[in-house]
Design a protein around this ligand. Structure first.
Ligand code: GAP
Length: 453
């Protein structure tokens, strides 16, 4: 259960996201577009770091996975065959008092009576199915033959391109096709900041295999994906694996796990890992009348491969990383007095800015020159931020709030003015421990690269 302090924590996180340029409401100056969000300068870096790391471990570091990037506009036949046109819907109920449209699972029950969560109204309509897909028209004529959909998941273009990719990649089972990209769902009630949006990104892998490998691979991918979250700074004890019960699983799935995270607004799904059997390829083969089978050279048999799918949300994972990183603690100011600070303890691998560089004083030309030389030295290797304004303590605080794991300060020792032994050394300050160490400039790049990898 989320408590009031969790609600306050979430409010603080949303406000920090806006203040520091992680996430803004989309079309904000026109009143906002519900369910759509824009990522600012720091948010886009965090998101890219996440997507790049996912691509690295799921594609680049493996021999058995290749990538693709499919179109968002999708032929209606694809989504008819997949079952989305008929069945991709949520039950919707209207409140007759405040006119809110609600998902059936959002109603609250008091004394055995269902009520509207917004106004407490008890006058509710019957549930009816609401299709979540966004329909559009391709070309100049807005008639039925021109209908296309914005894809509701990236997975379908992988299934539809299965044969092409199999041929060009010459992979043997088991192998996977990975994709990161936008998906669109006209959610009845977008909520919890970016958690449930109408436009969002997914990171999906369709891992094709023989039928007898499916259940083992479901376990394998669940474990791989748990490791992934730990490697981006989400501790194992905040992650939970829900075995989706038979009655809630898609009829074609032989097993599904939801990987959940303890958000301040409750335990919620980050990713689904599903064994989808041969359902998708079989459906597309039937509907398109094109063969989507796999010829096994060893057994000389043709089979429709089965598939295990780890499907993660980019925006939800970004939100989980921000929620996990957010902390308030005590830090000394320039006079050595303790003050409260807000700090984002991102895993250095994920942090939007890896290192900030400060000259101790902005009006001492040799300090500024040296600091700018260090920026130029580090910039080809990592994201760097140069800041010369305000007291050093204030500059540290600003970087703590944006989650920068390391700060480098150029001082008079760096110039060799106090002790020639310290010439060309700088202080390297760690965000979490706030400890400072003296390091040689020539070793700085290697030290930082090791810590942010
Ligand atoms: N291809 C399977 C699939 O799309 P899903 O459980 O509907 O499965 C996978 O979606 C992931 O996509 C979810 O675990 C979640 O992280 C993300 N996701 C789904 N709907 C979302 C929404 N409305 N807003 C943000 N992320 C969403």
């Amino acid at each position: 259960m989320a408590t009031p302090s969790d609600a306050q924590r979430m409010e603080k996180i949303v406000s920090l996201c806006k203040r520091r340029g992680f996430i803004f409401q989309s079309s904000e100056i026109y009143g906002g577009l519900n369910g759509a969000w824009d990522y600012g300068p720091l948010g886009v870096e965090l998101k890219r770091n996440l997507k790049n790391y996912w691509w690295r471990v799921m594609v680049h570091e493996r021999d058995d996975v290749v990538g693709m990037d499919g179109a968002i506009l999708t032929h209606p036949a694809v989504l008819k065959a997949s079952g989305h046109v008929e069945g991709f819907s949520d039950p919707m109920i209207d409140c007759r008092t405040c006119k809110a449209h609600l998902r059936a699972d959002q109603l609250v029950e008091k004394n055995g009576v269902q009520q509207c969560p917004n106004c407490g109204g008890k006058e509710l309509t019957e549930a009816r199915q609401f299709n979540l897909m966004f329909e559009t028209h391709v070309g100049a004529a807005a008639e039925e033959s021109s209908v296309a959909y914005l894809r509701p998941e990236t997975a379908q273009s992988i299934f539809v391109q299965f044969k092409n990719i199999l041929e060009v990649s010459r992979k043997k089972l088991p192998f996977g096709i990975a994709q990161i990209g936008k998906a669109f769902r006209n959610e009845i009630n977008p909520r919890n900041f970016t958690f449930r949006s109408r436009e969002f990104e997914q990171m999906e892998l369709e891992y094709f295999c023989r039928p007898e490998q499916g259940m083992n691979l479901l376990e394998y991918w669940k474990e791989e994906r748990l490791k992934f979250y730990e490697n981006i700074g989400i501790p194992r004890e905040k992650l939970h694996v829900l075995t989706v019960p038979d009655e809630e699983r898609a009829f074609y799935s032989k097993g599904t796990y939801d990987i959940e995270y303890d958000f301040p607004f409750g335990r919620q799904e980050l990713e689904g890992v599903a064994y989808r059997t041969d359902y998708d390829l079989s459906q597309h083969q039937k509907a398109s009348a094109k063969s989507l089978d796999y010829f096994d050279e060893e057994t000389k048999e043709k089979i429709i491969p089965h598939v295990v799918e780890p499907s993660a949300g980019v925006d939800r994972t970004v939100l989980a990383m921000i929620c996990e990183a957010y902390a308030e603690d005590q830090a000394p100011n320039d006079k050595g007095e303790m003050e409260s600070r807000i700090v984002l303890r991102f895993h250095p691998r994920m942090a939007p800015i890896k290192c900030a560089v400060f000259p101790l004083l902005k009006n001492k030309e040799p300090l500024v020159t040296k600091a700018k030389e260090i920026v130029a030295l580090l910039r080809p290797q990592m994201t760097v931020f140069y800041d010369e304004s305000g007291a050093i303590g204030r500059r540290y605080r600003r970087q703590d709030e944006t989650g920068t794991p390391f700060c480098v300060t150029v001082d008079f020792e760096t110039l060799g003015e106090k002790d020639p032994v310290l010439c060309d050394t700088v202080t390297l300050r760690d965000r979490d421990s706030m400890k400072q160490e003296r390091v040689e400039i020539r070793k700085l790049t290697a030290i930082l690269r090791e810590r942010i990898r």
